[in-house]
Design a binder for this molecule. Structure first.
Ligand code: FAD
Length: 451
């Protein structure tokens, strides 16, 4: 039988260390590679308060796609990019190419699961092939069943850290480089990418600190591990705004431009050459947080998006459009939050500390339903990852994996600790248009009947 395959790229935008693509290359006679720009799901529509995704996020994705397309072209292939509703786009590709196999990376994304369910119903003869390209561990390697995943990160970490050969054995199996790909029946159609990136650059009027794509991910991997930064990571990672203070791998990991296996293999080499210390261990520690949230999302499915989270406790928050607007625009009474929100809008990135502060502010100071904040992050973050984003928001909102159940940051204390000279606030103009939490309009004042 002729194997005609459709490879649906999702969060695996790379050629190297991509075991699923290697398998598709080996087993197919004909191959079509596609990417579907995610459209808004009903959940997105319910909570999204801005018209479209942030420009920095759009640029990072387009750069990643352009790089992937260029790499595919060197292998005699190209990337088909489609916008619109995922099920109908996939069906169109299946019909056009008469595909009898669909390759797609294993995902914890609820929207992808729903799309696949629908496609399977429409094409019962279609063989769907999936492999893990995003997580560190396979389910069979975990010392517990998915249902018994610990509800606290510390318990999870202690259990998975006891697994043998954590870096080297994990990284060996990712080494599956591809030298050739079967031909496609569709002509290349992605020449618009460079024009789209140029027009975003013009609109943003700032050159990016990050460029999307596997090529820049691999360059950054080498740069980072050629420096001394990993040796002092634990002391610097909470800084608000310095490039070297944390690893900055998240955006490439989230989009799959870099594999977790290759990253850990490089960390392992670094420890061998430069010596392991508490800081180099701490990079692994943080990557285990990422791993934890992947399993958490898989375990809880739609509960990841539920107001009461996994705890079943409904928070005492609601939705206030004016407060939400001032949070997004950086015009709250809290300069450190304002600075961070302005940085997010321009760059599509925030340090972990800033994310914690702005999330705490949204939930505890502005009393807004955490899902509006999570959705806004989804629309802006260049490193948006469904599991890490919604899992961290649940944690901060007190409805997730936090055994303490409640985390409210004292914003004045945090400012004194992390921005004592106010340089972060000044740089991002956090003081510029401060307002009180609720602005009362003239028309809201009581009007006496005599008037
Ligand atoms: C409210 C909120 C939302 C977040 N949303 C996302 C998201 O959508 N995507 C995302 O990748 N991270 C998210 N994070 C986690 C974290 O803030 C970022 O991963 C980190 O700031 C990225 O910068 P870095 O690569 O320099 O991280 P580093 O500090 O250098 O950490 C190394 C890597 O470990 C992982 N990591 C670190 N901390 C966490 C964490 N708390 N949860 C999960 N993974 C972690 C990331 O892959 C990161 O690249 C969120 C955190 C909060 C509080």
């Amino acid at each position: 039988m002729s194997i005609r395959s459709l490879y649906w790229f999702t969060n695996d935008l790379r050629i190297s260390d991509n075991p699923l693509l290697a398998q598709a290359a080996q087993n197919s006679h004909q191959l079509t590679c596609c990417y579907l720009i995610p459209s808004l799901t009903p959940l997105d529509q319910r909570f999204q308060v801005v018209a479209s995704n942030g420009l920095a996020k759009q640029r990072f994705l387009l750069e990643s796609l352009a790089d992937l397309d260029a790499k595919l072209q060197t292998l005699g292939q190209s990337l088909q990019i489609a916008t619109g509703e995922a099920v109908s786009q996939l069906c169109q590709f299946i019909e056009l190419t008469e595909a009898n196999h669909l390759y797609v990376s294993e995902s914890v994304d609820f929207a992808i699961h729903q799309t696949l369910r629908e496609v399977r119903l429409r094409y019962p003869q279609l063989t769907v092939v999936s492999l893990n390209t995003h997580r560190l561990f396979e389910q069979a390697e975990l010392p517990f069943s998915l249902a018994a995943l610990p509800d606290s990160f510390s318990v999870f970490r202690k259990q998975v850290e006891s697994l043998d050969g954590r870096y080297s054995s994990q990284s060996a199996r990712w080494n599956s480089d591809i030298t050739a790909l079967p031909p496609s029946v569709l002509p290349s159609s992605s020449s618009w990418l460079s024009t789209a990136i140029r027009s975003i650059n013009l609109e943003l009027r700032s050159s990016p600190l990050w460029r999307g794509g596997e090529s820049t991910a691999l360059e950054h991997l080498e740069d980072y591990f050629s420096s001394d930064s990993p040796l002092i990571y634990k002391q610097t990672r909470n800084a608000l705004d310095e490039w070297e203070s944390s690893t900055k791998f998240s955006s490439w990991l989230a989009n799959g431009c870099l594999s977790i296996g290759r990253l850990l293999a490089r960390l392992n080499d670094y420890e061998t050459q430069r010596g392991a210390n508490e800081s180099t261990y701490w990079i692994y520690f943080e990557l285990l947080w990422r791993e934890y949230f992947q399993w958490y999302a898989l375990k809880y499915g739609a509960q990841l998006f539920q107001f009461s989270g996994i705890k079943g406790q409904v928070p005492l928050t609601s939705y206030y459009p004016q407060r939400m607007r001032s949070w997004i625009n950086g015009t709250t009474p809290y300069p450190i939050v304002n600075a961070a929100m302005k940085q997010l809008k321009v760059t599509g990135y925030l340090s972990n500390r800033s994310r914690q502060l702005v999330a705490s502010c949204l939930v505890h100071e502005l009393s807004i339903d955490w899902r509006y904040g999570a959705q806004y992050f989804q629309s802006q973050l260049i490193d948006y990852d469904v599991a890490s984003n919604w899992g961290n928001w649940q944690y901060l909102a007190g409805v997730g994996a936090d055994p303490r159940g409640h985390r409210r940051f004292d914003l004045a204390k945090q400012t004194a600790l992390y921005d004592p000279e106010l340089s972060f606030i000044r740089h991002w103009q956090g003081e510029a248009d401060q307002h009180s939490i609720d602005v009362v309009d003239m028309v809201d004042w009581p009007v006496s009947p005599a008037q």
